[in-house]
Design a protein around this ligand. Structure first.
Ligand code: DGY
Length: 326
């Protein structure tokens, strides 16, 4: 079996690159920057496989430039950056990295929830600015978390992992999705409700839905109006699920109390006004960023490439029909 020629669009943890290098010839973009489309188009030429990131728009043009490539192994569970139908049409397999970042992302959603509710970032900044002059009865009052109601939008793997933890804080769980999920209810005692009810009754709303045409701008002005004025929105899924400009307005006017965000509508840009808000925490898309998880994501992406090289079905292939048809 001859060694494949693989392009890696950005540096990923070393154990994954070492594993790839053992079996393949590889070139890695080590600039630390997302490649310009024109560079990406050049770099993918003549490759057998491409290990791509969620920041790389893998559309028909890129696939045509990568003529002959058998697989695009995306280093992410989300794959909204890849045109899967276009890949399938061209007989190119696409894979993602499910499972390994489920708990890690859920953990980040809780980190954002607590940090926003208890104003951790804002009060840390205050201390560093030398403003702390002693304990104050009204200093940085926040929202209690325990015994409150948390609304989970999207009852998939990450939503479930997030919701399971609510029990530890004696919280009531509401959830909404396209259909009720008995496993979710069994594990969380969660109650299936409409999105409207969830928004009206929750103290915290955490978004865990993938980005699909149906979930684009799922939350906007109308939905923020339904939420409590004391409510907090957490988003660790995909930015465009929320209308970010309308979120900024809702935070400015006090329509909702706060937001803990890890993802943005036009990453890496922030909606005008967002960064000026004290009641928003803005993390740079780091929900899966632990040493352990990022390494596992890399290993899965490489495992998919190596399976394709051996003529096997990549374990987390998103369009297995391509494999069957070959
Ligand atoms: C994903 O994998 O989709 C996350 O957004 C980044 O790890």
């Amino acid at each position: 079996m001859s060694r494949w020629n693989v392009y890696v669009t950005n540096e990923i943890p070393k154990p994954a690159l070492d594993m790839l290098e053992e079996f393949c010839d590889m070139e890695v973009n080590r600039t630390g920057k997302v490649l310009e489309k024109s560079v990406l188009l050049e770099k993918v030429k003549g490759r057998d496989a491409v290990l791509s990131l969620l920041t790389d728009p893998i559309d028909a043009e890129v696939m045509d430039a990568a003529k002959g490539a058998k697989i695009f192994a995306n280093y992410a569970v989300g794959f909204n950056n890849i045109d899967i139908p276009a890949a399938t049409e061209r007989g190119i397999m696409v894979s993602n990295t499910p499972g390994v970042l489920t708990d890690t992302t859920a953990e980040m959603a809780w980190a954002l929830l607590f940090s926003t509710a208890r104003r951790v970032v804002e009060s840390d900044k205050y201390s560093r600015m030398g403003k702390y002059e002693g304990w104050g009865p009204m200093l940085f009052l926040g929202q209690q978390v325990m015994n409150k109601t948390v609304g989970v939008i999207g009852a998939g793997r990450i939503g479930l992992s997030f919701a399971k933890r609510a029990k530890a804080f004696d919280m009531k769980v509401l959830y909404s999705d396209v259909a009720a999920n008995p496993e979710f209810e069994k594990e969380t005692d969660g109650q299936y409700v409409s999105l409207e009810t969830l928004l009206q009754e929750s103290d915290f709303v955490s978004v865990h839905t993938p980005l699909l045409p149906e979930t684009h701008h799922l939350l906007g002005e109308r939905e923020f109006k339904l939420m409590k004025n004391t409510a907090i929105l957490i988003n660790t899924s995909r930015g465009p699920v929320v209308n970010e400009a309308e979120l900024v307005k809702a935070l400015q006017t006090g329509e909702i109390w706060g937001a803990g965000l890890d993802v943005y509508e036009f990453e890496p840009e922030f909606a005008p006004g967002l960064l000026e808000l004290d009641n928003a925490i803005v993390c740079p898309h780091i929900a899966s960023a632990t040493f352990e998880t990022r390494t596992k994501m890399g290993i899965i992406a490489v495992t998919n490439i190596l399976a394709a090289m051996r003529g096997e079905l990549p374990p987390t292939c998103l369009n297995p029909e391509v494999f069957k048809n070959n």
